[in-house]
Design a protein around this ligand. Structure first.
Ligand code: NAD
Length: 337
């Protein structure tokens, strides 16, 4: 039984995380920098690891936090939209930890050959599910709490790079999952226009993108350019999904869906660590924000074998970078992160 002090501390951390998450996901107006949210989240994770009875089903470590904004219709996801475990050890050891956990879970012998991983950028925007029926875009929804998201078809239709019709589009149901984000130059231009017109400026491109997508008025979204990259699938009916994640993204690209090409299939922990270092060096010159890289076991059969743990797949991890030195304006106060 956990001592009263730990019970009270866990309660306090959960309350704080829920408050910050509400400001971030629901109001698109964060109260603290991400690094601060991550620090408190890890504190709660450590406490729950030491005292497993503190893990409650409603803990922020167990469920995806989010809600449906009033005015947007709720959309029940056919396949839940989950989160990804974050590896905060920003050194190459973080890659080794993930590879070791996967190999152990698959009970691979020490001398078994390295596993193939799809290594991708972790785009800093918001997750969207695009539903295509017979090749036609019929609905776009946010992640929400993972089970139920918000219908944002009206604003997503303003994103020019998202096709209304897929090439070779005769798949009965194909849900494409990806990230909507705002490029840095579009973000700067938007804030400039907002300043000139005396409107509200946005803290960062991620919050600007989330604010635009969740607008009730598509006319406003029309004037605020967004971008999109696909990184996975939701519900699929009548399509032979390729055997690997990387081939799936290639197939989506061939259908006309935007897929980022700064991705690689790499071998083992060393391949992951090399990719992490390569992207760290290129990060500042990318035209959009990323908050890390994502590693995924490439083979779909192995992914199925590995399965899920509460709100995250065991076959993927987000490997972050050290917080960038930057001044962020939150609540009118300048914060160094
Ligand atoms: P997450 O956003 O860290 O990871 C899951 C998400 O990653 C997916 O939903 C998807 O949208 C995105 N993603 C981007 N590129 C991807 C790719 N290539 N493949 C797969 N997914 C990709 O997890 P989360 O639990 O939704 O949120 C945690 C994040 O939000 C943390 O970074 C945290 O700091 C931040 N946050 C900040 C505050 C705050 O107050 N500042 C509050 C809550 C959350």
């Amino acid at each position: 039984m956990a001592p009263a002090e730990q019970i009270a501390q866990a309660q306090q951390l959960k309350t704080l995380l829920r408050r910050y998450a509400h400001r971030y996901y629901v109001l698109d107006d964060p109260e603290v920098p991400d690094a601060e949210y991550d620090r408190i989240y890890q504190q709660l994770e450590a406490l729950e690891a030491a005292w497993p009875e503190l893990v409650t089903p409603d803990s922020p470590t167990q469920r995806v936090i989010g809600a449906v904004l009033e005015g947007l219709a709720p959309v029940r996801h056919a396949v839940p939209m989950l989160s990804i475990k974050t590896e905060t050890d920003t050194t190459p050891a973080g890659a080794l930890k993930f590879d070791t956990s996967v190999r152990n879970a698959l009970k691979l012998a020490d001398d078994a050959p390295p596993l193939a991983y799809a290594a991708e950028l972790k785009f800093d925007g918001l997750a969207i599910n695009l539903r295509y029926e017979q090749g036609e875009l019929v609905q776009a929804a946010t992640r929400g709490d993972g089970e139920t998201g918000e219908d944002v078809t009206h604003t997503i239709r303003t994103i020019k790079s998202i096709p209304n019709y897929l090439k070779h589009g005769n798949v009965p149901v194909l849900e494409v999952r990806g990230e909507v984000f705002m490029r840095r130059d579009d973000f700067e231009a938007l804030n400039e226009r907002q300043r000139e017109s005396g409107g509200k400026t946005f803290v960062n491109p991620r919050n600007a993108a989330a604010g635009v997508v969740r607008q009730l008025d598509a006319g406003i979204a029309q004037q605020r350019p967004l971008s999109f990259f696909a990184y996975g699938l939701g519900e699929v009916q009548g399509w032979d999904v390729p055997a690997t994640h990387s081939a799936t993204l290639d197939a989506l690209a061939a259908m006309g869906v935007p897929v980022n090409q700064d991705r690689q299939v790499v071998q083992g922990a060393q391949g992951l660590a090399d990719f992490h270092a390569l992207i760290a060096a290129a990060r500042d010159s990318l035209p959009f924000d990323i908050d890390g890289v994502v590693y995924k076991v490439d083979d779909r059969g192995l992914q199925q074998q590995l399965g899920f743990k509460s709100r995250e797949p065991r076959w993927a991890v987000a490997h972050k970078y050290p917080a960038q030195e930057q001044i962020t304006r939150l609540n009118g106060i300048e914060i160094q992160v």
